[in-house]
Design a protein around this ligand. Sequence first.
Ligand code: SF4
Ligand code: MG
Length: 315
Amino acid sequence: DDNLVEVRSLKKYFDIKKDVTVKSVDDISISIRKGETFGLVGESGSGKSTLGKTLVGLQAPTAGEVIYNGQDVTQLDKETKKLVNKEMQIIFQDPHASLNPRMRVGDIIAEGIDAYKLFKGKERENRIYELLERVGLRAEHAKRFPHEFSGGQRQRIGIARALAVEPKFIVADEPISALDVSIQAQVINLLEDLKDSEDLTYLFIAHDLGMVKHISDRIGVMYLGKMMELSNSDDMFTKPLHPYTQALLSAIPKTDPRAAKRERIVLAGDPPSPTNPPSGCRFRTRCPHAMAICAEQAPPWKEVEPEHWTACHLY
Ligand code: SF4
Ligand code: MG
């Protein structure tokens, strides 16, 4: 079995007030293969961060299974679950908000080391220095506080914290979205480099397809809590099946003049409120191809071509 993480019929609902439920993740089944980078794309409110947090155990699913290395994590006893969760770490979008401003960088990086009692004293110190150097910072940075660092350096600290417990799977939740464009490539390069040297598997979350194109083996596209399309990266860009993916792709500026001349598809309106999604296909209020059946029935998740899945009544 080459899957590292699988979710089956995963649901994560939030009751935000009486009689109002947000179905952030609504019946999603995907597998993430050992050693791959799985790009997960969607607008804000699509549920991609919620899916990521549920995968690493930061949130309990409302229903469904999270399977890690063949074990259903939701069914494990507390101690075993803690050990499994150690192998699954997350890097957050905002490297400012996710680092405690009153803690020294060394102690931030050692949070996992301390929680799992991996090293003490001199060994702990050396491990912190090693991690700082691994992410392109210096040993003397351990004594400083987060505000003394730039955004890119703070994201490196967040990455060192995630690496400290030697994870196998990392959810990177929009790790470069808050950074200057000039810094983004450096952080991406670091993540790719670490993936090889530490044998990692990534779920890489982004809000646009362009950002994940070059780093992802496969890509999933979410909209209002549902998976719309899933395929390898090349197929997603050369033969997108779902009208939503087609619209997202048409919005990416073309840098290559030989690229297919695709008309820009402008979607009508804003995404509907996740508290009150449309019946049938959730994309139908903005879909240029919507048909009568789209309002009546949710389209099934279907493998239209080998390893290329979509949920759309056109197929
Ligand atoms: Fe458009 Fe219908 Fe397909 Fe939904 S199911 S994407 S509304 S054609
Ligand atoms: Mg998010």
